[in-house]
Design a protein around this ligand. Structure first.
Ligand SMILES: Nc1ncnc2c1ncn2[C@@H]1O[C@H](COP(=O)(O)OP(=O)(O)OP(=O)(O)O)[C@@H](O)[C@H]1O
Ligand SMILES: [Mg+2]
Length: 359
């Protein structure tokens, strides 16, 4: 380990209990602080640590990307924050402190007050989240009725305002539309309107643009960026797309096979990646202006849950595998600049990786 690198502290357990702390976090403290998050599929001894020892911070008004290939545990991590894990899954360890409250230990009642209130959620497939039998206006209004106790007429008027704010034309008429009467892009705008309906501090967006075509994707991201600025939101964006990350985010958490392998700023990732997986992901992005270059691919696949290597989970696919040390479990190591890696070779200074220019 270099003089500037230290093993990451698993951190505090947050406020504990049901955490009835209504005060906001102190200036400079993160709005969301995840430490040592570990998720199991109980009953199957092979499926322990589907997500293991995941830690990161998200500050007010910042945007953080959670990236990695399919099956790396991004959605499980995002869902675990509000304890929305699939019923079979269990949160074995860790803390999730949001605005001073440890959500890993909060009561279901308290979590219901947070979901769709101070924490808005936008999922990938609007049609699977929207209720096909209710008008979009009623679905947005419902959040205001529940969280603010507004009467239906007041909440519906607010829903029309919100639809207008997210760029839906004829918003006053559209409150009466059913989801199937809207295009995919419009449905995602409705989801975003519902996400911001109760003045959230944080929006968790899991692949919000993946189901949309490229032009609509750009519009939705621009909308999210405008809302983030205008409403002082923190945004946690789950995505595969490094182009989206480069355009939208301040900070990034790279996940591989249930582990965080690197945490840094966007510039840190692109110019000075500190994990072989991150640098392989960057090398696999087509470079604008260099059309003849063959696209690099990362050989092999993400191991399925339960088949993780005992040492570095990326070792079997790693171009920089050095044998023995890499066959040991890897600790997360933090450098003086706050950048972290879960690679012993980068941590001890024996491996330096190349970044790429941002398009
Ligand atoms: N309900 C479930 N039951 C069993 N295993 C699951 C379940 N949901 C997820 N998993 C497994 O947990 C691991 C992480 O899944 P997760 O959905 O978090 O990945 P992801 O990074 O979001 O992938 P994608 O980019 O495809 O959305 C995968 O191996 C997945 O197969
Ligand atoms: Mg996912």
């Amino acid at each position: 380990m270099t003089a500037t690198a230290k093993t990451v502290d698993k951190g505090s357990e947050g406020s504990g209990g049901d955490g009835h702390n209504e005060n906001s976090v102190a200036p400079g403290d993160p709005l969301l602080s995840v430490r040592g998050l570990t998720i199991d599929l109980p009953g199957d001894p092979g499926q322990r640590g589907l997500v293991e020892d995941v830690s990161f911070d998200l500050h007010r008004k910042r945007s953080l990307a959670l990236i990695g290939e399919s099956g790396c545990g991004k959605s499980l991590t995002a869902m675990a924050i509000l304890r929305l894990l699939p019923p079979a899954m269990s949160l074995r360890a860790g803390s999730v402190v949001f605005d001073g409250v440890d959500l890993a230990r909060a009561s279901e009642r308290r979590l219901r007050r947070l979901r769709g209130g101070p924490v808005g959620i936008v999922f990938q497939e609007p049609m699977s989240s929207l209720n096909p039998t209710a008008t979009v206006g009623d679905q947005i209004a419902e959040a205001r009725q529940i969280h603010f106790g507004e009467r239906r007429a007041t909440a519906l008027a607010k829903a029309a305002e919100l639809l207008d704010r997210v760029g839906i034309p004829n918003a006053k008429q559209r409150v009466k539309a059913y989801p199937h009467e809207l295009s995919g892009g419009m449905q995602q705008r409705v989801m975003i309107a519902a996400g911001i309906a109760c003045n959230p501090k944080l929006i968790i967006a899991d692949e919000p643009t993946t189901a949309l075509d490229v032009t609509i994707q750009a519009e939705i991201l621009e909308l999210l960026r405008d809302l983030q600025r205008d409403l002082d939101l923190a945004v946690m964006l789950v995505t595969h797309d490094l182009g989206v990350v480069a355009d939208f985010c301040d900070d990034v958490v790279v996940m591989y096979a249930g582990h965080v392998v690197e945490r840094t700023s966007i510039d840190g990732l692109f110019y000075q990646p500190r994990h072989p997986y991150s640098s392989a992901l960057l090398a696999a992005v087509p470079q604008v202006g260099n059309p003849r270059t063959r696209l690099n691919v990362i050989p092999g696949r993400v191991p399925p849950a339960g088949r993780f290597p005992a040492g570095c989970r990326f070792q079997p696919r790693c171009a920089h595998d050095a044998g023995g040390p890499c066959a040991q479990p890897q600790k997360e190591t933090e450098f003086a600049d706050g950048h972290t890696t879960r690679c012993c070779r980068v941590a001890d200074g024996s491996l330096t990786l190349e970044g790429v220019a941002r398009a």
